[in-house]
Design a protein around this ligand. Structure first.
Ligand SMILES: Cc1ncc(COP(=O)(O)O)c(C=O)c1O
Length: 383
């Protein structure tokens, strides 16, 4: 019988929440643009870009209105044509910018442990029409950058990373932001680094950086002459102000996430020793942007959806990221997929569940998640 939660027992635990500071920390920064009347793409934006570039160790960092608009500009700026290989196990906004640029998304499979783009599958999908690979650092876990870079070199392809989840992730001590031709971050409300909304394009390519700088402002070179068809994708001073505060807090927030992810993982593993987690490859660190578990129904005897439903009755908000995968979404129904080419994607999308984790989640709430999971597994194993 389905258990229902007693009304008013506990507030719902959200799957994620932005970690913000008291208003007084933002007020002096908000005051500046109000006093100067310079509301967008001014001193705070320039300061934010400079600090981010320094933090990442990358030559250029251009602030834009979103990761989506950043990707749209990068793809256009690189002059891509034809087909671009992209994962299907990702958020829709990874592939949407391809279609907006008249590029054809070609879905390749992901690795079963990390859920990131599988280089072997990528190579199988390369044709004469392929111009680039666009890979996602899934949930903050860094892609197999070396293998993807080798493929890009071998087939003379551009390599772009959707780094929406990965501001602060590293590989061999190098921060995400330094890989491929460009990496694009999201600063939307629930990202570890947030500017309320926004995006960042990180690149060492001078020409591309300049293109994105002009492109976020219609393509205008400053003389009212548009050099190309750009977007309206600037970042406001108020967004940059929130971004600046979030950047200052990033090391603490990343550390808290790491400690909390470790606590949750140990607690869950104790309850269900056969539970699987996303693999964090050696020599890499992750932001733990999303904390996921993998429910293998053949091993555990229950499904991800059963757990999802039970948690909902306990006032615990979990998420089925990324389900359905892109090749099963209406917007991509026309994209041809070879039978059997996305087997791992389909399995991972059906079995992965994201549990609540954010920088300031309390121990009490994490214990509530663990307690609910324990109750669920006991019910299942009793049958
Ligand atoms: C992988 C991925 N790419 C892109 C985006 C879109 O980011 P934005 O809302 O900043 O455009 C998201 C949003 O969460 C995402 O998860």
């Amino acid at each position: 019988m389905k258990k229902t939660r007693a009304k008013g027992a506990h507030p719902t635990i959200p799957v994620t929440r932005p970690t913000l500071e008291p208003y007084g920390m933002y007020a002096p920064l908000f005051e500046k643009p109000i006093q100067s009347g310079m509301l967008t793409t001014h001193a705070h934006v320039a300061d934010f870009e400079k600090r981010v570039a320094k933090y990442l160790g990358v030559k250029h960092c251009v602030a834009v209105s979103s990761c989506t608009s950043g990707l749209m500009l990068v793809l256009k700026g690189l002059g891509l044509e034809g087909e671009v290989i992209v994962p299907s196990f990702t958020f829709a906004a990874t592939a949407h910018p391809l279609v907006w640029n008249n590029l054809t998304p070609v879905f390749a499979d992901v690795e079963p442990g990390t859920y990131t783009l599988d280089p072997t599958s990528v190579e199988k999908h390369i044709t004469k029409k392929t111009s680039a690979i666009l890979a996602t650092h899934v949930f903050g876990v860094v892609c197999d950058v070396k293998k993807l870079q080798a493929l890009a070199r071998k087939y003379k392809l551009k390599l772009i990373f959707d780094a929406a989840h990965a501001f602060g992730s590293t590989q061999s001590g190098v921060r995400v932001g330094n890989f491929g031709d460009a990496e694009v971050f999201s600063l939307s409300p629930i990202k570890v680094l947030t500017a309320v909304e926004g995006g960042l394009v990180a690149t060492n390519n001078d020409t591309l950086a300049q293109y994105v700088r002009l492109g976020r402002n219609y393509g205008d070179d400053g003389t009212n002459n548009t050099l190309f068809v750009g977007l309206s994708a600037r970042m406001s001073e108020f967004h940059a102000a929130v971004g600046l505060r979030s950047l200052a807090k990033l090391p603490t927030n990343l550390k808290n996430r790491q400690t909390k992810a470790r606590y949750l993982r140990a607690g869950l593993k104790k309850i269900e020793p056969n539970l699987r987690f996303q693999i964090i490859p050696p020599h890499t660190t992750t932001t733990h942007y999303i904390f996921s578990i993998y429910i293998d129904p053949h091993v555990l005897g229950y499904t991800r959806d059963m757990l999802f439903d039970f948690l909902a009755t306990q006032g615990i908000s979990a998420r089925k990221y990324f389900y359905p995968p892109l090749h099963k979404q209406t917007a991509y129904a026309e994209v041809a997929v070879k039978k059997g080419s996305l087997v791992v994607t389909d399995t991972v999308a059906e079995n992965v569940l994201s549990l609540p984790l954010y920088s300031h989640i309390s121990k009490e709430d994490m214990d509530r998640v663990l307690h609910a999971f324990k109750e669920f597994t006991q019910n299942q194993h009793a049958h």
